[in-house]
Write a protein that binds this ligand. Structure first.
Ligand code: KMH
Ligand code: ZN
Length: 273
């Protein structure tokens, strides 16, 4: 089995310090959380940024500050800015971090209810627009799928040449409005992937570690982080992203999966080394 690529989703756009005090807002906090997650075993940092008051932003300059700060302490880690941003942002607002030419970024592959009155909108035309912007800059997208139908959408757009190799998926499961993250969901999604694709799982809330374990067993890769889940175990808040990454590393040990370095992750996913 390939080594395990761990992505740390350190910040997100929705979770607040009121939920877990370790959610980073400032550039210094983002640098610290990214560094600790990297030291614990993460080879990819999935990056959102916030204003100092915690409000989410896709501002290019804020991303540039955060990326430069992370590179000071972890020069080789893969930085994967979000083009999802927060619900309600415009496409061009969301796409700002691609103007910094990161080696990876996310590409959200379908719409999904996001709890309450919120819908995270990614129409087919939106996906095509994002894909054209992303590929024109030679950025490799992580294909975020909140359920099986998003994988079907990727498969259709791949056949049409809109989405291109390397195909690296992320199953984001357990969103309030999306597909659940039970074993049968995981198997269904994994078996729907095109040949040769790699995938990572991101279990939201209580699904974080059960999905991680499934992916570790089946040769997939794992995303964890405060964006997706704030608890180390039931009722125990994580003391930062580092705790969550360490827990995945310990599960991987049980299954004899070694942890990939950033350069190994580049080879596994198909990024330029
Ligand atoms: N914050 C969510 C609405 C991504 O990073 O690409 C979208 C999101 C997906 O987090
Ligand atoms: Zn995200």
């Amino acid at each position: 089995m390939e080594k395990l690529v761990i992505t740390a989703a350190i910040c997100g756009a929705e979770v607040l310090k009121e939920h877990n005090e370790y959610v980073p807002y400032t550039i210094e906090e983002i640098r610290e959380e990214a560094y600790k997650a990297y030291k614990a075993g993460a080879s990819i940092i999935h990056l959102h940024v916030r204003n100092d008051d915690g409000t989410p932003t896709q501002d290019k300059n804020r991303f540039e500050l955060a990326i430069n700060a992370i590179k000071e302490v972890a020069p080789n880690v893969i930085i994967q800015p979000s083009t999802g941003g927060a619900v309600g942002m415009t496409n061009d607002e969301r796409l700002q971090p691609t103007e910094l030419y990161p080696e990876m970024c996310t590409l959200d592959c379908g719409s999904v209810n996001f709890g309450g009155n919120e819908v995270f909108i990614n129409t087919e035309d939106d996906i095509k627009y994002f894909a054209s912007k992303i590929y024109s800059k030679n950025i490799v997208p992580e294909l975020e799928c909140f359920g099986k139908m998003h994988i079907d959408q990727v498969n259709r757009l791949y056949k049409k040449g809109v989405i291109k190799e390397p195909l690296h998926f992320s199953f984001v499961l357990g969103v309030n409005g999306g597909q659940t993250g039970d074993e049968r969901d995981f198997i269904f999604l994994k078996e729907s992937l095109p040949k040769g694709a790699t995938y990572s799982v991101a279990g939201v809330g209580r699904y974080e570690f059960s999905l991680a374990e499934l992916a570790i067993k089946h040769g997939g890769h794992v995303r964890v982080g405060l964006e997706d889940n704030i608890y180390l175990e039931k009722g125990v808040l994580a003391k930062g992203n580092e705790d969550l990454v360490k827990k995945v590393v310990s599960i991987a040990k049980q299954y004899n999966r070694e942890i990939a370095t950033p350069d190994e992750a580049r080879r596994i996913i198909g990024l330029k080394e």
